[in-house]
Design a protein around this ligand. Structure first.
Ligand code: FAD
Length: 340
């Protein structure tokens, strides 16, 4: 697959990776962000979107999703490129050119500078405790859905009681041959409207809903044919060609650990002048880094992004004089921001 080019490749579109686009953009650097999640916001969007945050400067209170929405608006003038639902799997230096970054779909991006804003690491789906599930993973057991059309005509068993399980039940019902939703309790941890819509589909007979647990998978060569569901009154075998478990996500350091960078207790040590790692041209900002006095706060990550951008500029445009400017008074910054 043809590789693309950018000044700065940012690994992680959490709040800190997003704000880095702003600071880099003010200094005329283009950014490409990659995140394993299907949307921006990192922990804010994935773990606590509706919780209020009280320590963002200038915002006495803002929800975590509200902050992400504001950041997306703030960086829009710089037109960053996003690759969502993609994990950065490899990182190699190319002499005199910077770095080649490999994604899990085989795509490569060449960048002069790499910024690791990977937070606590990559979000990875929790695996349900079903014996032998590994043999079906990626073929007929799917933890994320890239294309709904790929599931057309399938017998789907969706497992879980949160928003993901409910949303996919509603979205895939018109596409699948049959959808069976399995949850161990009659109560759900999902938006009430989604729960009501799911119950309506169940009552009209358009989906099946079973209170229980999937205990056994049957099939050959990674292709499922049936699953066994244990319910209060016994076991049932259900036709299933695709199993979609939504048991939440955990954070693991993941591929970051394999890039030859110095690590300290699963964090990347950086200096506090440039927030550069042990490799020149690779920076680490936000929750993923460590230094004396580090606080895992969003506002600390924002400060780190500002200083990192100054150092990144010296690599992307060597010899160019960097003029310190305020956004309030600089007409050239106003132009970049589209201020009339
Ligand atoms: P993250 O938000 O973790 O984002 C990192 C992103 O990188 C993720 O989206 C991940 O998918 C992606 N990623 C990682 N590895 C890869 C890879 N190899 N390829 C592709 N993508 C990758 N902070 C405050 O300041 N105030 C608060 O009140 C506050 N409350 C909190 C409440 C809760 C419940 C939690 C869990 C955290 C709270 N925090 C708070 C902490 C705050 O959310 C973090 O400090 C912040 O999210 C760190 O931002 P980040 O961009 O560094 O990383």
């Amino acid at each position: 697959m043809e590789g693309s080019k950018t000044d700065v490749l940012i690994i992680g579109a959490g709040p800190v990776g997003l704000f880095a686009v702003f600071e880099l953009g003010l200094l005329d650097m283009t950014c490409h962000l990659v995140d394993i999640l299907d949307r921006p916001g990192g922990q804010c969007a994935e773990l606590y979107p509706e919780k209020p945050i009280y320590d963002i400067p200038g915002w006495p209170v803002i929800t975590a999703q509200g902050l992400v929405d504001q950041l997306m608006q703030q960086i829009a003038p710089f037109k960053p490129v996003f690759s969502f639902g993609r994990m950065v799997t490899s990182l190699e230096r190319i002499e005199h050119e910077g770095f080649r970054v490999g994604l899990d779909d085989g795509q490569t991006v060449n960048a002069r500078v790499v910024v690791i804003a990977a937070g606590g690491g990559s979000f990875q789906p929790k695996r349900p405790p079903i014996p032998g599930i590994e043999a079906f993973e990626g073929k007929s057991v799917l933890y994320s859905i890239k294309r709904m059309e790929a599931l057309r005509g399938h017998d789907l068993v969706i497992v879980g009681g949160g928003d993901s399980a409910l949303d996919w039940t509603l979205n895939l019902q018109p596409v699948a041959r049959r959808v069976t939703l399995v949850h161990r309790r009659p109560e759900f941890r999902a938006a009430p409207d989604s729960v009501n819509r799911m119950r309506a589909l169940w009552e009209s007979g358009d989906i099946d809903f079973r209170i229980g647990q999937v205990t056994k998978l049957d099939g050959e060569d990674g292709q499922l044919s049936t699953v066994t569901i244990r319910e209060a009154d016994g076991e049932t075998r259900v036709a299933c060609t695709r199993l979609l478990p939504f048991f939440g996500l955990t954070m693991k350091l993941g591929p970051v650990a394999d890039w030859g960078l110095s690590l300290h207790e699963d964090r990347i040590p950086v200096d506090t002048e440039k927030f550069q790692t042990s490799t020149s041209g690779i920076f680490a900002i936000g929750d993923i880094n460590t230094y004396p006095g580090k606080l895992k706060l969003i506002l600390s990550g924002f400060h780190e992004a500002a200083l990192m951008a100054q150092a990144a500029k010296r690599i992307v445009s060597p010899g160019e004089r960097i003029v310190f400017q305020y956004t309030t008074s600089s007409t050239s910054l106003h132009k970049k921001l589209g201020v009339p």
